[in-house]
Write a protein that binds this ligand. Sequence first.
Ligand SMILES: NC(=O)c1ccc[n+]([C@@H]2O[C@H](COP(=O)([O-])OP(=O)(O)OC[C@H]3O[C@@H](n4cnc5c(N)ncnc54)[C@H](OP(=O)(O)O)[C@@H]3O)[C@@H](O)[C@H]2O)c1
Length: 261
Amino acid sequence: MTTTNQYAIVTGASRGLGKEYVSELARRGINIILVSLPGEELDVFSLEISLRYSVKTHYYETDLSVNKNVLDLADWVNQHFEVFLLINNAGTGGSRAFLQASAQYITTIIQLNIMATSVLTRQLLPNLIRQPQAYILNVSSMAAFFPIGFKTVYPASKSFVYSFSRGLNEELSGTNVFVSVVNPGPLKTSLEIAARIDKQGLFAKLGLIEPHTFAQKSMDKLFQKYAVIVLNPFSLLFLRLIPSRVRVPLMTNVIKRELYV
Ligand SMILES: NC(=O)c1ccc[n+]([C@@H]2O[C@H](COP(=O)([O-])OP(=O)(O)OC[C@H]3O[C@@H](n4cnc5c(N)ncnc54)[C@H](OP(=O)(O)O)[C@@H]3O)[C@@H](O)[C@H]2O)c1
């Protein structure tokens, strides 16, 4: 499907879902540029993937919540590589009472989830457009569809990712770049996140999918050109059937329990 000179780029590649995407792409014989924050042994993981799957890998460590770092990353990629797939996976969030959230906490969520996703996409688009076929996969969240107290900024940022992706895909229809957005429900991607999901109770466990399976299935759907990827549609349908005047307080209480129980 790809030539030996083409690469996929995955942000947030050092752990969690991003790490699963890297393994899944390598298993499919795709070369990868791995990106994450410094100090996460990305060099070791990058080498391990390259040796295990006989693909070419490169890595780049940077804080993507800083605008200049995103521009520098894109310049480096555009100078050295042909990119046919961009996975904007790096994202951050959490549960916190809004009054307890620092200005820095709020800014980082917005910068990473919104700024980095849209600016990196913009800067790499000329590279993607010159490939015979190219894809962008933006990682949103099921939270994009539902406002939730004690999360507030995170679901709002993921609504941006959803809307941005759908709009861009429409704008690029007729080109060789296909944009897809994936909306995961809860994924036990780390011990910390698993503990948080457990605290949220039965409600959060609806439709839990193992991260490796999630990466594999979402990659299948991306290459089949699904504009919106939801791998637990019954959970989404169930939540959508509940009127919002009931759902918003219900989901807020679930998160409150995570914080205070
Ligand atoms: N887990 C879930 O339940 C869930 C549900 C819905 C949506 N999602 C979305 O799925 C994506 C992946 O989630 P995850 O659970 O795998 O998260 P995670 O385990 O916290 O991993 C996040 C990744 O992003 C990187 N990252 C964080 N801040 C960064 C920054 N400022 N600059 C560059 N890289 C940064 C991390 O790098 P370091 O390792 O270097 O810190 C890590 O590789 C996110 O967009 C998240 O919002 C997750």
